[in-house]
Design a protein around this ligand. Structure first.
Ligand code: UDP
Length: 240
């Protein structure tokens, strides 16, 4: 049962449970996809029905940001904690290094996915990265074909939201992969182009502030984020 956070269903899982659930999906037949909603997703899903539907059809929906956890608390439906997409991806890759499942990296500017692949192979000995493609393509078909030909089991789709979620829902099954995960800017992190906040900041729920200090141009996007808490309070007081 998913927890409804302002119209978006979220699985109440902490990281090890999320990784376990992801690995279980990979063992099932058929195609599945994972979404990692943060407050920005929830705010745009409010106005964008197609995005909301695609989020709610996901097999696994992880609370990526501390804002989602706060909103849940205000709504009176507390979640156990965050399960950030980037950590979920790391956990899944650890498993894949053992099982031999093949990973394809899709997204980011040209060259970034290749650099990420090199770093990830080093970080997870045994991990098979069977192909990469940048995220600035015009036609879907050649990309689908590249993933299919590579024989990928898992695809990390890093095109930013809502593009990556719509792409997974529309094209994921055609790639022949069994699992796709929408992971936003993760390839930039794996490539070493963007630094994550130190662990103390993450634990304090301040990763967003660290990111803002490092990338001040995000201020416009981030200024909207407290709105999710205002919305949650409105919904709670309105008895929704
Ligand atoms: N991106 C892409 N194709 C596009 C638009 C964006 O591959 O058409 C990439 C972009 O280069 C970046 C990622 O998608 O690597 C999105 O990053 P963003 O910071 O928006 O995501 P977040 O981490 O906030 O979810």
């Amino acid at each position: 049962m998913k927890t409804d956070i302002l119209g978006v269903g979220i699985d109440d899982l902490v990281l090890p449970e999320a990784v376990e659930a992801g690995a279980a999906l990979l063992r099932e037949p058929g195609f599945h996809y994972v979404v990692t909603p943060n407050p920005e997703f929830i705010l745009s899903a409010k106005k964008d029905e197609a995005f909301r539907a695609v989020l709610n059809q996901a097999d696994l929906s992880l609370p990526d940001g501390v804002g989602v956890v706060y909103a849940a608390k205000i709504l009176g439906r507390p979640l156990k904690g965050r399960a950030p997409g980037v950590d979920f991806a790391q956990g899944l890759m650890e498993r894949m290094a053992q099982t031999g499942d093949k990973l394809f990296l899709l997204g980011a500017k040209p060259g970034v996915a290749e650099q990420a692949a090199e770093n990830l192979r080093r970080a997870h000995p045994g991990l098979v990265i069977c192909g990469t493609h940048d995220g600035y393509f015009k036609e879907d078909e050649p990309v689908i074909e590249a993933i299919r030909t590579a024989g990928a089991d898992v695809v990390f789709v890093c095109l930013g939201a809502p593009k990556q979620e719509l792409w997974m829902a529309q094209n994921g099954a055609k790639t022949g992969a069994r699992l796709a995960v929408g992971l936003g800017g993760c390839l930039d992190v794996f490539a070493g182009n963007v630094q994550r906040a130190p662990e103390a900041w993450q634990k304090a729920g301040m990763e967003w502030l660290y990111r803002l200090i490092k990338e001040p141009s995000r201020i416009g996007r981030m200024a909207k984020l407290p709105l999710i808490l205002v919305d949650a309070l409105g919904a709670r007081l309105g008895g929704k």
